[in-house]
Design a protein around this ligand. Sequence first.
Ligand SMILES: C[S@@+](CC[C@H](N)C(=O)[O-])C[C@H]1O[C@@H](n2cnc3c(N)ncnc32)[C@H](O)[C@@H]1O
Length: 304
Amino acid sequence: MMCAMPEPTGLPSPGPPARASAAIPRLIDRGDGRRLERFGPYLLVRPAPAADGLEPADRAAWVAADGRYERSSRGPGAWHGPRLPTGPWTVQLEGLTLELRLTGTGQVGLFLEQVPLWRWIRRQVRAAGRPLEILNLFAHTGGSTLAAAAAGASVVHVDAARSAVAWARRNAALSGLAEAPIRWLVEDVEVFARRELRRGRRYDAVILDPPSYGHGPRGEPWRLEDRLADLLRSCAALTSRRRVFLLVTTHTPGIGPDRLGRELAAALPPDELRLGRLETGPLEIRAAAGGRLPAGAFARWTHS
Ligand SMILES: C[S@@+](CC[C@H](N)C(=O)[O-])C[C@H]1O[C@@H](n2cnc3c(N)ncnc32)[C@H](O)[C@@H]1O
């Protein structure tokens, strides 16, 4: 499957990131189908379908926005605004230093809803009492990879987009983790999983955050709705008999916490499912001005 993150287009070439800002990245407000976020020195507005019909908590806060991303029905959207960043910049978050930048898709290289899961991942790694081998699939710019590596795990980071893996490697260097035991792989997740299973390779844990849709390795259409069960079965097989945890997150309408939990439970052999605890819940981001922004669902199994 392939719905890799597109190469950034028409945006300033990434010189060295600007100096780190102390302002912690966070959601300030959401409403009217948009989200207002602080990413270091920049206050940005982006589309947020989950905020449709929600009333902003602090309309005055939006006036100070430095820029906004607008989608277009005639092709890629664009960034507009009085004080747009002219190149990449860095932020500090959870002990990591991360490069952010405006991309042609409206992404900046950080999914705020993942941050509480970084803390959870770190706790699991530290609690294991031995160095874990973790597989991070659809790993993007590496937030979860670096959270796990910083806690002492060795990680295999898999993403189909060469630009995403290069970005993640820069984040590792910025965070002082360039020498950490991380394997960086530009690969299709299903092709990779099949090969690892053939080789009898096993992991202590898998983290996956698949997109809703994309294309398969031969360009065929790919929908998570159709592929989720197989993906989770592969992850269960890749952690067979040594599983410490399995963490899956989705942002797909129709795949809520209950469905995700059922699919994860169904992927685990009953005798192994009983050895641990299954938790599910919504992914949501708390806004500084008040209220929350729904951002998907999570399900996780942890060995008891
Ligand atoms: C929603 S992002 C994941 C965000 C990530 N969890 C994070 O917190 O930064 C989805 C990622 O999956 C990657 N991707 C999409 N299809 C893929 C595939 N078939 N195989 C591997 N990676 C894929 C994209 O390149 C993108 O980086």
